[in-house]
Every structure is written in structure tokens, then in C-alpha cells.
Design a protein around this ligand. Structure first.
Ligand SMILES: [Zn+2]
Ligand SMILES: [Zn+2]
Length: 261
């Protein structure tokens, strides 16, 4: 009934327009959604900037209404170690309901692409991603949840197609999740890993530990870029959260709202 991670054509890689995405959400029985378009400010000239204009954002979402569906306005900000100032400047331009902080680029490469995997073992590829994620969550404060932790494993270029297991990376995973919990940040359960790596991003083992470390805020999102995936596996993710936390969060004006499951 909630999908707090989706992209429209406002995002550089979105397929379907905002109205079509929202209509698909209503048709799939969702009650509340949040658009979270990509905003990647990369200071490294070799890494692409994936940005949108405020004009395009306002045109797509201001005035978009679907009966029976609550539509929130958010952003998925690509965290790097060096773009905290750009993030603050961007977020001052208009109010948002929700900000996902995601790590998309490691040393200039997106793990989604083949280049990232060249010359690395799977263990090195996973470790490098987690080390970069830790540096990013330490460098930033102005986001609400960390997006798709363990994103690296869903890449088609992951030679084993195995997920990241908490037990194999517990030290660094604990550091990431402890930093989030201490700073009052949440964790997203991203359902886009189910078809590609057989797991939520992150999986239940991470979420149980996040709770033990004091984490309280958890959201669910499909990361749909087209109408076919809107709300996909979000019911299953809520089932998992029901067992671990007993609730899920949505956001309005950057404040979490807790929904008992
Ligand atoms: Zn992302
Ligand atoms: Zn996304």
C-alpha cells in the first residue's frame, strides 16, 4: 500500500511519465507513493551528472492529483564523499517530503556497469562498495533514509549473482548501520533486488541487526522506472517488516510517520 521509491521521466533513466506512474500505483491498490527522482552531483569529471531541473520537476508533479492516492514529492540524492554542499544548496530550493541518500558511484564507476567489476573479485567488489557507503553516510546528514544498501549485488555483471550476506561483511555493515542509527537516519527496503539477486536490498539479516543497533526508521520502495514495476513486491517487504519492526514509515515534509502493520 506504500511505495516510497519511484522514478518518472523527470529522472534521466525514467521510462514513463509521472501521471502514468501515479495511475499505475492507484490501479495496483497503493494508498501513498513518493516520487524520488535521481539527482547525482558528481564532482569527478569522469562520472556522469544525472540531474533534473526544478522546472521539469514542478511541471511533472505540482498539480498532479489522483483520487484516493496520496502523492509525495521526494528525491534520490546520489551521495558522494564530496557533494554535501551541493546537496544542501539543492534542498534549499524547494520543500521536499522525503530524501533518499543512495550510493551509485564508486571510484567513478556504477556497479551496475561492467567497468566496476573489471579486475575485482566478488568479495573486493562488495567490500569496496560497502567502504564507500560508510564514508558517504559519515559525510552526509541531510538525507532521511539510506537507499538500497547492498545495491552492488543486483548488477547483471556480478558473476555469481549471489546477494551480499550480512554475516560475511558484519564489521563494516555494523559501522554503516550504527552511523545511520546514531544520526537518526533510516533504512530503505528496496524491492528491485528480488528479481535480480533474489533478495530485498538489504535483506532481513541486515534489518534485524539495524534494529539491534537502535535503528528505528524503515521505508519500502520498488525503485520502479516504468509502470510495470510500480509497487512490485512491496506487500512482501511489508510482511518482512511486520515480523522485524512491526511498522513501516512514510514521510511528509521530511518527518517520518509510523504505520503499524
Ligand atoms: Zn538508486
Ligand atoms: Zn532509484
Amino acid at each position: 500500500m506504500f511505495d516510497f521509491h519511484m522514478h518518472s521521466t523527470v529522472s534521466f533513466d525514467g521510462i514513463d511519465c509521472a501521471r502514468d506512474m501515479a495511475e499505475a500505483a492507484a490501479k495496483n491498490g497503493l494508498r501513498e507513493i513518493c516520487f524520488t527522482d535521481h539527482l547525482d552531483y558528481n564532482t569527478d569529471p569522469l562520472t556522469p551528472q544525472n540531474l533534473f531541473t526544478m522546472e521539469a520537476y514542478a511541471k511533472a508533479y505540482d498539480g498532479l492529483e489522483i483520487p484516493g492516492l496520496t502523492i509525495r514529492r521526494g528525491v534520490e540524492f546520489g551521495l558522494t564523499e564530496w557533494n554535501r554542499e551541493q546537496m544542501a544548496e539543492f534542498l534549499s530550493r524547494r520543500p521536499f517530503d522525503f530524501v533518499i541518500g543512495s550510493v551509485h558511484y564508486i571510484d567513478g564507476d556504477d556497479p551496475y556497469d561492467a567497468e566496476y567489476w573489471q579486475g575485482k573479485t566478488v568479495s573486493e567488489a562488495f567490500s569496496r562498495y560497502l567502504e564507500t557507503t560508510l564514508r558517504c553516510v559519515r559525510a552526509h546528514r541531510d538525507f532521511d533514509v539510506l537507499g538500497h544498501l547492498t545495491y552492488v549485488c543486483k548488477s547483471a555483471h556480478n558473476p555469481t549473482h549471489e546477494p551480499v550476506l550480512y554475516s560475511d561483511y558484519s564489521d563494516i555493515a555494523d559501522e554503516i548501520m550504527r552511523t545511520l542509527a546514531e544520526n537518526g537516519k533510516g533504512m530503505e527496503i528496496n524491492t528491485s533486488g528480488v528479481d535480480k539477486a533474489g533478495v530485498f536490498l538489504p535483506s532481513a539479516d541486515f534489518l534485524r541487526r539495524f534494529k539491534e543497533l537502535g535503528g528505528e526508521i524503515v521505508t519500502v520502495g520498488s525503485d520502479a522506472h516504468d509502470i510495470c514495476r510500480v509497487g512490485q513486491y512491496t506487500e512482501e517487504a511489508l510482511g518482512m517488516l511486520k515480523d522485524i519492526f512491526g511498522y513501516v514509515c512514510t514521510f511528509e515534509s521530511r518527518k517520518p510517520i509510523f504505520h503499524k502493520l
